[in-house]
Design a protein around this ligand. Structure first.
Ligand code: ADP
Length: 502
């Protein structure tokens, strides 16, 4: 850890925001939980208490769902024209833009994200996503069907109804936007449960949405824990769909609860163990930089992180040597400091889990090339770990660690690279680095993952469909596929001529 201390905000003139919203947001108002209970969130920079937040559970979810149900069944939001919804959504995005620095700072305090990244990536993506779906809200249309000589038909795309959104802690703003914005554009109403560790920005977004003119009951936010508030959403009889992002284990619970209740459709964006395959013809320095950022971006807390780096044998030794060099200048420290590249892990549980994986990797016989130790006097900081000599069946190569741990592996042939890249239960993302177009085409068609980057990594766009294969889940976030998932297709059939025999 090159940088000590937690004075990054003060040293760089960044104002630490006051925490304004800690209650549940139901039917257009901030309210206490029915039980009156609160829970504490902690600042990952120090481990100290950050905020006391309302602890919603089933009773609060019931109230939020009743509000969302009323807003959907009888309110104006689903009945407005797409153009009117778009106007309000654009105002919502504009308000986020106006509060951008404050929201970015909240992400930093809540999740340990780098302030600069939260601002230029998380907030920028959220704003763009809302504007993108606002732009789509008045372009929703079905098809005309020429059925037979006697019959014609058409399809209507209708909002699916009340949507439950259960979101994780690693990208609280982006997750809120990519889940809620397409649902809003479609005309749905929503109950959002942010992750218990990072509830602050979702509450702020609910406030701004209300201020922008999104009617009461359309967006409700219930903060609280997964097995209580989250489970109540998954099993609720009056929720029409659940869109979940989180771990595979919880995704299974959500799907089971949906099946056992009202058989609501689910969309699951789950974990990943993404491969990045680097061929001999790659520019080694560029490949090192792509690999480093692909693994350690966002403190390694990204489901799409490339945590399995396959390097072809011709450049393997050079790659490893230059990677070790490059890691020497990596700065771990206060996320408000612009020089810092990696902040603290989100909480103590996650921090300890990552350190255990690192110990396990050492015991399994992988070589710890750099890092892997806790650092800093307090807070949840870890030196980024680079393992070499990793075997495919080692735990560090199979499990999603969700932290700054890279596994580097050597391969010989393209066939071997494809087989080993696919040797995982996950299928969320992958990367390929090569100048050879034939190799690019082979890999992009052979790797079973929902998103494949070529000669880059982590590049995203609101228009890019995003979602996994295999146990990484199903259903897309982002892009027009996500808009479609929040709509039913209804078919209407009618005779062409009103003939009496039909
Ligand atoms: P992570 O491992 O990234 O923390 P989780 O899958 O545990 O991811 O959490 C993602 C989201 O799912 C969070 O909002 C969490 O509160 C919620 N959650 C956890 N357990 C359940 C559950 N049993 N039912 C519904 N939601 C849950």
């Amino acid at each position: 850890m090159e940088k000590e201390g937690n004075n990054g905000a003060a040293e760089n003139g960044i104002k630490i925001p006051e925490i304004k919203f800690t209650q549940l947001f139901i039917n257009g108002s901030f309210v206490d939980s029915v039980s009156g209970r609160c829970y504490e969130t902690r600042d990952p920079r120090t481990g100290e208490v950050l905020a006391s937040v309302a602890e919603g559970d089933k009773a609060d979810v019931d109230l939020a769902v009743a509000a969302a149900r009323q807003a959907f069944d009888h309110g104006k939001w689903p009945r407005m024209s797409g153009y009117e919804r778009a106007e309000i959504m654009i105002r919502f995005a504009d308000l986020i833009e106006q509060h951008r620095d404050e929201l970015a700072a909240l992400e930093c305090l809540d999740a340990g994200k780098l302030f600069s990244m939260a601002n230029i990536i998380d907030l920028e993506t959220s704003i763009r996503t809302i504007r993108y779906y606002a732009g789509a809200a008045d372009k929703i249309h079905g098809e005309t069907l020429k059925m037979s000589r006697e019959l014609q038909g058409y399809t209507l795309k209708e909002p699916i109804g009340v949507v439950g959104h259960i979101i994780p802690w690693n990208f609280p703003s982006i997750m809120f936007a990519i889940k809620v914005a397409p649902a809003l554009a479609a005309g749905c109403t929503t109950v959002v449960k942010p992750a218990e560790l990072t509830p602050l920005t979702a509450l702020y977004y609910a406030y701004l949405a209300h201020k922008a003119g999104i009617p009461e009951g359309v967006i409700n936010v219930v903060t609280g824990f997964g097995p209580t508030a989250g489970a109540a959403i998954a099993s609720h009889m009056d929720i029409d769909m659940v869109s979940f992002t989180g771990s595979t284990a919880v995704g299974r619970f959500v799907m089971e609860a949906a099946a056992k209740s009202n058989l609501k459709p689910v969309s699951l964006e789950l974990g990943g163990k993404s491969p990045l395959v680097i061929f001999d013809d790659a520019d080694i320095d560029k490949a090192v930089d792509i690999a480093r950022d692909a693994t350690f971006f966002n403190n390694g807390e990204a489901c799409i992180a490339a945590s399995r780096i396959f390097v072809q044998e011709g450049i393997y030794d050079q790659f490893v040597q230059r990677l070790a060099e490059r890691m020497k200048s990596w700065v771990v420290g206060d996320p408000f400091d612009p020089r810092v590249q990696q902040g603290p892990q989100v909480d103590k549980v996650q921090y300890e889990k990552i350190l255990q994986y690192i110990e396990h990797g050492k015991r399994e016989g992988a070589t710890l090339l750099t890092g892997g130790k806790p650092c800093g006097k307090r807070g949840y900081y870890i030196e980024p770990a680079v393992f070499t000599d990793v075997k495919d069946d080692m735990l560090i190569a199979q499990d999603e660690i969700f932290g700054p741990v890279m596994s580097v592996m050597k391969f010989k042939t393209t066939e071997e690279a494809i087989e080993r890249a696919n040797n995982t239960r996950y299928g969320l993302a992958a990367g390929v680095i090569t100048k050879d177009i034939d190799t690019v085409n082979r890999l992009t068609r052979s790797i079973r993952a929902g998103l494949i980057w070529v000669n880059c990594y982590f590049e995203m766009d609101a228009d890019l469909s995003f979602g996994g294969f295999k146990i990484s889940g199903f259903g897309k976030d982002s892009g027009l596929d996500a808009l479609n998932k929040y709509m039913h297709v209804k078919s209407v059939v009618m005779p062409i001529y009103n003939t009496p025999w039909l």
